[in-house]
Design a protein around this ligand. Structure first.
Ligand code: ZN
Ligand code: ZN
Length: 300
């Protein structure tokens, strides 16, 4: 006897949560918690999942984001929106890959990419590089055309980005040295307010955006280690990091001035060699509230 559809679904429901979305709740998952484009064994490239009752909103798409979503048990065909803070490769290398992999995993619904210029060109060029595969899968697997599903909301100005399903998204311009514009995003969901700093040095605009937020996910560099980072361009790199990123103690200052309820450090530089206690001690110079040092796949 053939099992009924209901029986099959019940069997799937009884399986461990591999490849299934936790139903009926919102969650924020840190997909990648290191800053910069160089892969490391311990932390993935920057990306964060906001799972709105099974709809995947992804903030930044560093290399490996699709793999990290799978590990976070987020079905890729639920991808709905991508928010790009700025166009450094550790934030956009996999925008096109994520969309194409989601589509080849069954995505049939629209995906919108929000971000600063030249995000439209970046998405177009990355998808163009995958056109051969897209055409092959439409031909061989009977998939729906990909292009009509993808739209890009490119904008240079801060403010209201989108309202969708009871969630309002707003942005602020932050200060990431020569990378302009660079955005921080605030998500006011029905459950809580979540702010992501993007990449920035200390920013008063971010303090204003994050006022009273439940959760602030802020990038951080660790000052004493920056000076010691190896490599022949160490001096140039250290100087750049100090001018375009935020020391952990300054992230604490942003959290304190904005009055956020919880601070999470992510986009960590360096991504290894600094203990949680060291990160937290730096934050404690300015912020007495709850602090979490982010790890990949941590729910915050
Ligand atoms: Zn970055
Ligand atoms: Zn950057």
């Amino acid at each position: 006897m053939q099992p009924s559809r209901r029986t099959v679904l019940a069997a799937f429901a009884a399986m461990p949560l591999i490849g299934a979305a936790p139903a009926g709740r919102n969650r924020v998952v840190l997909l990648g918690t290191k800053g910069g484009p160089t892969p490391t064994p311990l932390r993935s490239e920057p990306a964060t999942l906001i799972d709105l009752d099974g709809r995947a909103w992804v903030v930044d798409c560093g290399n490996g984001v699709a793999n990290q979503l799978a590990k976070a048990r987020m079905p890729l065909d639920r991808l709905a929106r991508i928010f790009v803070t700025h166009n450094h490769s550790d934030h956009v290398a996999d925008v096109g890959n994520l969309i194409e992999i989601a589509w080849s995993s069954g995505l049939k619904t629209p995906v919108t990419v929000h971000g600063p210029p030249p995000i439209r060109q970046i998405v177009r060029d990355q998808l163009a590089a995958l056109a051969y595969d897209v055409e092959a899968r439409i031909r061989e697997e009977g998939r729906v055309p990909l292009a009509p599903l993808v739209s890009v909301d490119e904008r240079a100005e801060p403010g209201l980005v989108v309202r969708d399903g009871g969630t309002m998204v707003t942005s602020a311009l932050v200060d990431h040295e020569t990378i302009k514009p660079a955005f921080a995003y605030r998500f006011d969901t029905p459950g809580r307010s979540i702010v992501l700093s993007g990449d920035t040095r200390y920013s008063d605009a971010l303090v204003r955006l994050a006022k009273g937020a439940d959760l602030l996910i802020h990038e951080a560099i660790y000052g004493p280690m920056i000076e010691r980072m190896a490599g022949e361009n160490a001096a140039t790199l250290a100087d750049h990091l100090r001018r375009s990123h935020t020391l952990a103690e300054q992230a604490g200052l942003v959290a304190a001035r904005a009055g956020v309820k919880k601070l999470v450090l992510s986009h960590l530089v360096p991504g290894a060699g600094v203990s949680d206690a060291m990160w937290i001690a730096a934050v404690r110079k300015n912020f007495a509230g709850p602090v979490v040092v982010g790890r990949d796949l941590m729910e915050v």
